[in-house]
Design a protein. Structure first.
Length: 262
């Protein structure tokens, strides 16, 4: 990319100046089908700068690497519940908040209270509330990238969805996934869609608020010998009911994926 350095920065170390300009340009920016740019990792190559007489800025052709975040379909992530509405839940990772848990991916049977704006999962005689602020564990189902462009008739939004392909137990970053694209016209009153959204599910054992699930002490002791782990205890609010599901608790939090962009 061409990076312009202002004359006021000429006295500084060139690498530091270039890093600051690149971070300002790309930090927090979503690159389509790549992910959310976090920061500069390294400067690979810097060509000789050219000073422009009109403004005095120096332009450098720079090849660099960026730290980019994008989860893969099927990944398990832990975040914080920040919102609830009739269509589902919203989760935050602090640095990224466009995470949606749709209604169809909530545990059932469930109910929604429009007055308190809270979802409740009903299990036997117990109720499990999805209160804002709870730490929740979810599985990524799809990632969408939306690009808005100006057309003669107005704005058009083109969305590319990346989903886990059916029949694939665990999808790596670029294989075992399915991509679909669609375009819609936006009217003047329509909100501009997010450049990147993550859609998840909490409808499985071990998913949902972390307080719902607790490893049994004897299973924790065996985990070093049995990587799969066994058993999970569910704690509810109703009658303080507890049960052991006897199945593998899906409570491993996988590291967020970092990608390098050149």
């Amino acid at each position: 990319d061409t990076i312009r350095v202002h004359p006021s920065q000429f006295s500084r170390d060139l690498d530091d100046s270039l890093r600051d300009v690149i971070d300002a340009k790309y930090g927090g920016r979503v690159l389509e089908e790549i992910g959310l740019c976090m920061c500069v990792v390294s400067l690979v190559e810097i060509e000789t700068g050219i000073v422009h007489p009109q403004d005095g800025c120096a332009s450098y052709q720079v090849e660099f690497q960026l730290l980019v975040w994008r989860p893969f379909a099927g990944e398990i992530i832990q975040g914080r519940l920040i919102g609830s509405h009739h269509a589902g839940l919203r989760v935050s990772l602090d640095f990224f908040e466009d995470i949606i848990i749709p209604l169809e991916n909530l545990p059932s049977p469930n109910t929604y209270d429009p007055e308190t704006r809270l979802w409740t999962w009903h299990y036997d005689d117990s109720e499990f509330h999805l209160d804002p602020g709870l730490e929740v564990r979810f599985q990524v189902k799809a990632i969408t990238f939306t690009q808005v462009s100006a057309q003669k008739r107005g704005l058009q939004a083109t969305t590319t969805s990346i989903e886990k392909a059916s029949g694939v137990k665990q999808a790596p970053t670029h294989t075992g996934v399915r991509r679909r694209s669609s375009s819609i016209d936006l009217d003047s009153s329509a909100p501009i869609p997010s450049a990147m959204q993550v859609f998840g599910s909490i409808n499985a054992d071990g998913l949902g608020p972390t307080g719902w699930w607790e490893e049994e002490e004897n299973d924790s002791a065996q985990s070093s010998h049995n990587p799969q782990g066994e058993g999970a205890a569910l704690h509810g609010s109703g009658d303080d009911a507890q049960y052991d599901n006897g199945e593998n608790g899906n409570d491993d939090i996988m590291d967020l994926e970092d990608e390098a962009f050149q």
